[in-house]
Write a protein that binds this ligand. Structure first.
Ligand code: UD1
Length: 385
């Protein structure tokens, strides 16, 4: 008997989540000759730059996508609409038993809606996360996907509880742990072999002409990509000025820059100031191993990324989360994690930044963040098939 799965990826964080799932399928097939799983990998093409997409496939050993829908950039309606139109054709041709979606990007929403309208079962890996913030496009994606999914695989018990509160039937919810941590476990050793000076040299923005000297024990890392942080001048400019005027007095700031943030630096006339600052190392988007290497040694992380919040938690890196809310409360200090929500108010960021300067690395492992989540995801699917 063959079970046919279509798994979907679209944007950078999806690649990190799908890698261990595909590995688990391959291992299952080796040991279960009587029941094979056929997996077709579909890339919607939302992220398309080599550094935002192909590089992750290579370094995480993800097979090349069987089909790339090539939707590219655009408004949310454009991305979701074009993905649905193209994905429907894939489903008509391949008729899978399951569509597996991960995370909360536009691909997750578009493909779960398309599959469900064709009566194809949907499994959502990383179900039940809720920020409560309906201004976040990802929250809308999460709510719709979870409402439609037949199998909801949650990363922590808080997420399972969120689903119960929304009335999801108990037999659809399976607490499997965090699949991102499978990838972290499988790649940490390799990441730690990277040399930080080399890493920086290989990733500097092309027109950088500063010779950086990094003290391996005294650098900070920042990533920013949420529209709520980078799109508005009122929020973005004071934040960058805080980094320039205050944080760089304590640390060299390593900043692998997302295309959205890069556009904003240029739009708000900050590009030259940041580029010429010898205490800010502006890099192109970096690879998975590279980010893990930096995170492992950083004194502090400033980020608005959910995935980094989780990785900081396991590595113990003190993390200032530049958001007012989080769908990942398990990573917060009050739940035993390392992250503090600081929003985008400079007073608050400064206060928590100063508190954090004195704090040490305290790694923490929420339940089932044990590197074996992908296996549990696959078994959950097989069990209901
Ligand atoms: C998307 C996800 C977000 C995720 C993030 C990770 C949604 C709604 N958002 O946001 O949840 O945390 O990915 O990065 O799905 N661009 C490039 N090259 C690329 C891709 C994008 O230059 O390969 C530029 C384009 O100008 C594009 C902009 O980045 O308009 C934003 O990209 P988009 O895919 O719309 O959203 P992200 O901000 O990356």
């Amino acid at each position: 008997m063959t079970l046919k799965i279509i798994s979907v990826v679209g944007a950078r964080p999806n690649f990190i989540k799908i890698a261990p799932f595909i590995k688990a399928i391959n291992e299952y097939n080796k040991t279960n000759p009587k029941q094979q799983i056929e997996n077709l990998l579909i890339h919607t093409g939302q992220h398309y730059d080599i550094r935002m997409s192909e590089a992750f496939f290579k370094e995480l050993n993800i097979p090349a996508p069987d089909i790339n829908l090539e939707v590219g950039s655009g408004s949310h309606a454009e991305q979701v609409g074009q993905t649905m139109i193209a994905f429907e054709k894939v489903l008509i041709e391949h008729k899978p038993d399951w569509v597996v979606v991960v995370g909360d990007v536009n691909a997750t929403l578009a493909c779960s809606v398309t599959a469900k309208k064709m009566n194809i079962k949907v499994c959502h890996i990383e179900a039940g996360l809720r920020s409560g913030d309906m201004k976040m496009p990802e929250e809308i994606n999460r709510l719709v996907t979870d409402r439609l999914s037949d199998l909801l695989l949650t990363p922590d018990r808080l997420s399972s509880e969120n689903l119960r509160k929304e009335g999801v039937a108990e037999d659809k919810i399976v607490f499997v742990g965090n699949i991102m941590i499978d990838t972290l476990e499988q790649n940490l050793k390799k990441a730690l072999g990277l040399n930080i000076d080399e890493l920086i040299k290989n990733n500097l923005i092309p027109d950088s002409n500063i010779l950086y000297k990094i003290n391996e024990n005294a650098f900070a890392v920042m990533t920013l990509h949420r529209p709520s942080n980078v799109d508005s001048r009122e929020v973005f400019v004071p934040l960058i000025e805080f980094i320039i005027d205050e944080v760089t007095k304590d640390f060299t700031m390593l900043w692998p820059i997302h295309p959205r943030a890069k556009n904003s630096l240029k739009k708000f006339n900050l590009w030259e100031r940041v580029k010429c600052n010898k205490n800010i190392v502006l890099m192109e988007p970096i690879g998975y191993h590279e980010m893990l290497r930096l995170n492992y040694s950083a004194k502090i992380m400033l980020t608005d990324s959910g995935g980094l919040q989780e990785e900081c938690c396991v590595l113990g890196t003190p993390c200032l989360t530049l958001r007012w809310n989080t769908e990942r409360p398990i990573t917060l200090k009050e739940h035993g994690g390392v992250s503090v929500l600081v929003g985008n108010n400079i007073e608050r960021i400064r206060k928590e930044y100063n508190n954090t300067l004195a704090s040490k690395r305290i790694p923490s492992r929420p339940e089932l963040w044990d590197g074996k989540t992908a296996e549990r995801c696959l078994h959950a699917i097989i069990n209901v098939t």
